[in-house]
Design a protein around this ligand. Structure first.
Ligand code: SIN
Length: 545
């Protein structure tokens, strides 16, 4: 990398939102898409179940809107949801025309699109690809399109460590690659499309890259965060000792799977008349309660004879087979796992944050679309719709390119060839790395205990005290060390944890994914509002849209 580069637009993240935005931006400028690993490695890639979209006209769209609002438990921004459901069908059709292949009746490319149902949807409206690899197919199709654009450039294995402010706006960013080489880019605008932060919890369906970097970069630069207390737990991740919390798609329940407890009882009837297809937060809490005191909970598809399960769910079936399990014959042990961040960088419906030059889209952003609980399979559609909108807004706002040629006078930015060269002795680097890993291990364990599915004031206060200790430790390690991915991610996770804990403490009610044991009821009089977190002041305020 050169130590300094001028480009038009920096997109951080190569999932559906980032790639869709990049395609808009390439129409009018040079775009750099920075991603921490390969382009393939994002939350998008691991999305199994599908993409919810109402393609049958106005009544269908209206029903999708109502389902989204109902699932969000009184907090959905209606304008954001209306934008999603009304603009989504056009963008999905366009994606199909441009190469994405969804599953169709008869298996070919001409048959009718197959639609499945997931929890809290009033009818089957979820398209899927290769059975249970929908995100991978959408990501593939968008990546092919992006790679064919001359004006889109990829910086893979590259971490953005800081946003650069100049003249009161975001005008650049500092990058470090896996060799420790650093680069500053000056830009017209930056889009945060870096996904969620599942790694803030010990059990997550998210890949290792999901460390909340966009949220942390934005907050440190002065952007507001919203609704950070709402972290969605997926009810059905695989629960095998020593095996990661592999996602067992909600589409399994859409195809008839039951949930049973250690006594073999189908327990959802005690929690919701919608049974296994109740909203995700309701099912996750039920699974957690049934699993208390060590009782194992299972997903049971042994009664489902109408479909060939290994053909309908090839990816899940292959993973289970590696561990000696089969959907058709076995009870599959499950546990809830952190899955999706409903909160994020506060934006308008065009991705604008409160900082000029800084935009956000997809899981990193919070438009209020999901309210307190995201409707299943709305997130890929969100990436498409709000990625495209953010890209168009970045062009329309027409910010000029600012020269952030600060490298000569900026002590934080002296180009160095290797992390080791600036980070001290390599033995020390090893020790530092272990210390970071150990602090993060403690942080994650605390988050599961204090800010997981069930919360209360005492636990949240203890969590904040621990988070502060962790942050102090990480900052001490970061001082004097050259920026690198591990430290940047640790700083991000600490910041995200602090935002979740403080927002959860401030919301003295239970709503959607946020359940306070000490305030078990929804309180519309005081809390039918979005939380807004200011990182600098460590304060939370509540406000309507
Ligand atoms: C799933 O396949 O269950 C995940 C879908 C989603 O999170 O929207």
């Amino acid at each position: 990398m050169n130590s300094e580069t001028k480009i038009d637009y920096l997109v951080i993240g190569a999932g559906v939102a980032g790639l869709r935005a990049a395609l808009e931006l390439a129409g009018q400028g040079q775009v750099l898409v920075a991603t921490k690993e390969s382009v393939r490695e994002s939350n998008t890639h691991y999305a199994q179940g599908g993409i919810a979209v109402a393609m049958e006209g106005d009544a269908d769209v209206a029903l999708h809107l109502e389902d989204t609002i109902a699932a969000g438990d009184g907090l959905v921004n209606r304008a954001a949801a209306a934008t999603l459901v009304s603009e989504g069908p056009v963008l999905v059709r366009e994606l199909i025309e441009r190469g994405a292949k969804f599953d169709r009746k008869g298996g070919g490319e001409a048959g009718e699109l197959i639609r499945t149902r997931e929890a809290a949807h009033s009818l089957p409206r979820i398209l899927h690809a290769n059975g249970d690899a929908t995100g991978a197919e959408i990501g593939r199709a968008l990546a092919v399109l992006a790679r064919s654009e001359e004006r889109i450039h990829f910086a893979e294995w590259t971490t953005v460590t800081e946003l650069v402010l100049a003249d009161g706006r975001v005008a650049g960013a500092d990058l470090v690659d896996r060799e420790g080489r650093r680069q500053r880019v000056s830009v017209r605008a930056v889009l945060l499309a870096s996904g969620g932060a599942g790694q803030v919890y010990p059990e997550t369906t998210n890949p290792a890259v999901a460390t909340g970097d966009g949220v942390a970069l934005a907050a440190r630069a002065g952007a507001e965060l919203a609704d950070m207390e709402f972290y969605q737990f997926h009810p059905t991740a695989l629960a095998l000792p020593g095996v990661p919390a592999f996602l067992l798609s909600e589409a399994l329940r859409g195809e008839g799977a039951w949930l049973v407890n250690a006594r073999g009882e189908r327990f959802m009837e005690r929690y919701s008349p919608m049974l296994e297809l109740a909203p995700r937060d309701v099912v996750a809490r039920a699974v957690a309660r049934e699993g208390m005191d060590g009782g194992q909970v299972y997903l049971d598809m042994r009664h489902v004879k109408s479909i060939d399960l290994s053909r309908r769910f090839p990816g899940i079936s292959a993973f289970l087979a590696e561990h000696g399990l089969a959907l058709a014959t076995d009870l599959i042990p499950i546990r809830p796992a952190a899955h999706y961040m409903m909160g994020g960088v506060r934006t308008d419906l065009d991705g604008r944050t409160n900082l000029p030059g800084l935009y956000a889209a997809g899981e990193a952003a919070c438009t209020g679309l999901h309210g307190a609980n995201r409707l299943a399979s709305n997130s890929l559609l969100e990436g498409l719709v709000f990625g495209a909108r953010a890209g168009r807004a970045m062009l329309a706002d027409g910010l000029p390119s600012t020269d952030v040629n600060l490298s000569a006078g900026n002590p934080k930015f002296a180009p160095v060839p290797k992390v080791e060269a600036a980070g001290g002795e390599s033995n020390d680097a090893g020790t530092e790395s272990e210390k970071v890993a150990s602090l993060l291990g403690e942080l994650r364990a605390m988050m599961a205990l204090r800010a997981g599915i069930l919360r209360d004031e005492a636990g949240l206060r203890e969590g904040i005290a621990m988070q502060q200790r962790c942050e102090t430790g990480i900052e001490a390690l970061a001082r004097g060390a050259a920026p690198n991915r591990q430290l940047a991610e640790a700083q991000s996770l600490c910041l995200v944890a602090g935002a979740i804990l403080r927002s959860a403490l401030a919301r003295e009610e239970s709503r959607g994914a946020h359940f306070r044991v000490d305030f078990p009821r929804r309180d519309d009089a005081d809390f039918q509002q979005h939380s807004v977190y200011d990182w600098a002041g460590k304060t939370v305020r509540f406000q309507a849209e």
